[in-house]
Design a protein around this ligand. Sequence first.
Ligand code: FCB
Length: 460
Amino acid sequence: MRLTRPVSYESVFKERAVAIPGFPADFTWGASTSAYQIEGATDEDGRGESIWDRFSHTPGRVRNGDTGDVACDHYHRYSDDVALMAELGLHAYRFSIAWPRILPAGTGAVSEAGLDFYDRLVDALLEREIEPHATLYHWDLPQALEDAGGWPARATANAFVGYADVVARRLGDRLATLATLNEPWCSSHLGYAAGIHAPGRTDPAAALAAAHHLLVAHGMAMEAIRSAAPRMRAGIVLNFEPHLPASEHPLDVEAAAFAHARYNRWFLDPLTGGDYPEDVARAIGWRRDEVQAGDMATIAAPLDFMGVNYYTRTLERSSLLPPLAPRPGRRVTGLGWEIYPEGLTGILELVASRTGNLPLYVDENGAAFPLDPADPTHDPDRVAYLRSHFAAALAALEHGVPLRGYFVWSLMDNFEWAEGYAQRFGLVHVDFATQERRVRESGRYLAAVARSGKLEEVAR
Ligand code: FCB
């Protein structure tokens, strides 16, 4: 069912609230990756340069000077990787398509070799009865488009529509879903304001323009995808974090509400028919110069699904109050992200309160932990992390959230952006010297849950 407006918060939650013994039989279990993080082969078959090639080759940008030049060499090993997914009994695989493989300069000439690669990947998945879920933009903008202004320039949104059209025409007959963007907050904020992701700019005004153009690109691309592949399900993937007050002080409550609007609602509200949170826009001095007539309607194009990426929460402390001492017993992952599974239930309920009956997917959830030197496949912390988050998703289902599937980040260890290869998220361990893959305990655990639909203990 395609819905633009929620049925209503109450009807969705009240009608469906039932205790369910496990995940529904048709629940989709899968794993996620993205092109630049796993493919390698950055110079092959006419692929153009992306902003992540440029960024990672700039000294000082990525830990240890790591790059995605080789990564998991998935471009050459995709067939073995699909076999591994089949061995794990995954129902689905979420991957992204590299724009610079399809249109090396961002617009203009289409590379048949690039399209052929994804054609082969999709067919290999279908042969194994694994649903292909693709994303068009997981952060690897063609460098030529960045040179022409990047996302702060509206022309990049127009270029994206051309790219979406080419991909939808070629793969739209076989993809289970196609997402336009992955986490536009990250591409705009981390890339253009914080400067810690490609293209590494530190210009808050440019980041706001980028965020708007990303959403306009999404909306216009939805239309292009609909006409190119009317039967394919299309949507978008957002990252969410609960921003909760660090104390009951009204200033902390206010700081949390502000951060929630800035981080979560900035994207969720316009996509579900609302506007950018006005008080935040005023406070940060955004004059909406980039917003043209009709843009908000374009952004609110009907969706077939929404993807929810969830990792952690943030506690907000007002800058007017003295800092709080660190809380004892706070559990964190290798990246220092707090482990807070109940946040996933809340976020799914928050999204469903806006999207009503629209199918939702957890499109990313997972954790990096340091390697066990004795056995890199021994990862009880990751198993516990996943189990607690699966339970949180089950609670959301019990409350009536129309959650249809869950993709763990990530299928295998890979290039973790500015962290390079130092942080490992894989269900499968990768030895980057030999490219040997070994399934971790967490991979076996996901396999067991996918088989039974129950939160069972780890199967070795
Ligand atoms: C998400 C990204 C994904 C991965 C995880 C850890 O924000 O979408 O590529 O890096 O974080």
